[in-house]
Design a protein around this ligand. Structure first.
Ligand code: ADP
Ligand code: MG
Length: 275
């Protein structure tokens, strides 16, 4: 455990997010290494709200598939620092940029771990709402953990419609834009599955599935493509199991989309091929 924030020595910057900076830090007493997310007290209200959400969720979660929190500190200045388990290979986004693409075997391994993480979250009534390569952390052992709970939601009986536009819109599911068409009993959980499907497709193809390699498309084009266009699918060279798995994740109608539990027993991740 970390007794005092002063015990942590900054080693390097790991990344910048919307709200703050993440540092690699070392505990002077124990030599343990952590990632320290620091949010300045003068951040705007949106960032502040996000960080309190994240803190609340990190306090509640304890799973090998969710990044662990080792302490939350509030400095006298008002800055907030969150000590997280350090993931030494960074995010799936950085690994993708180095590797180019991932093999199906690796993707199956990643998919299984993210599904286990989502199963944990969903069974604790937490919807992540921002699953994408840059929010999935990896280490050298190829362990994958879900991170960044800034826009997550703890579900209660009522749904706040004002809340539906949070997250990165590129990975948002059709029912998030148009619940009347794509989700008769929209509950939010299915949105994480859509984002997972897009993420895995991106890892295989090497670029975001809704836009050509190296190109960025604008918000409106993207939203139209998600809601009215054909669902992206795998190229011909992918295996039937992988292709089917992606189709189960990327059902536009959220009712038809598979749940975490259904997907966990899919042959692509379960390791027992069924005929
Ligand atoms: P934001 O909400 O600002 O996007 P993130 O939690 O996604 O913040 O962190 C921003 C970046 O910091 C990540 O993309 C990643 O590069 C790095 N990072 C965050 N947490 C860790 C960690 N536990 N281990 C290693 N790197 C991390
Ligand atoms: Mg992030």
């Amino acid at each position: 455990t970390i007794d005092r924030l002063a015990d942590l020595e900054k080693v390097q910057v790991l990344g910048h997010g919307n709200g703050g900076t993440v540092y690699k830090v070392c505990n002077k007493r124990t030599s343990a290494v952590y990632a320290l997310k620091v949010i300045k007290s003068d951040c705007d209200n949106i960032v502040r709200r996000q960080i309190f959400r994240e803190m609340e969720i990190l306090r509640r979660t304890d799973s090998p598939y969710v990044v662990k929190c080792h302490g939350i500190f509030e400095k006298p200045s008002g800055d907030i620092a969150i000590a997280l388990e350090y993931m030494d290979a960074g995010t799936l986004d950085t690994v993708l940029n180095i590797n180019g693409t991932f093999s199906e075997m690796l993707i199956s391994n990643i998919a299984r771990q993210v599904l286990n993480g989502l199963n944990y979250l969903h069974s604790h009534k937490i919807v992540h709402r921002d699953i994408k390569p840059s929010n999935l952390l990896v280490n050298q052992k190829m362990e994958v953990k879900i991170a960044d709970f800034g826009v997550s939601k703890i579900m209660c009986r009522t749904l706040d419609p004002c809340d539906s536009y949070v997250g990165t819109c590129a990975y948002m599911s059709p029912e998030r834009f148009d619940p009347d068409t794509y989700g008769a009993n929209y509950n939010g959980y299915a949105g994480d599955i859509w984002s997972l499907g897009l993420t895995l497709l991106e890892l295989f193809m090497g670029h975001f599935p809704f836009s050509p390699p190296g190109q960025k498309v604008d918000w409106a084009t993207l939203m139209c493509a998600i809601c009215f266009g054909d669902t992206p699918s795998l190229p011909e060279n992918a295996s039937p199991e992988f292709t089917d798995f992606i189709n189960c994740c990327l059902q536009k109608d959220s009712i038809k989309r598979w749940t975490v539990l259904q997907l966990l027993s899919h042959p692509f991740v379960s390791g027992d091929p069924k005929s």
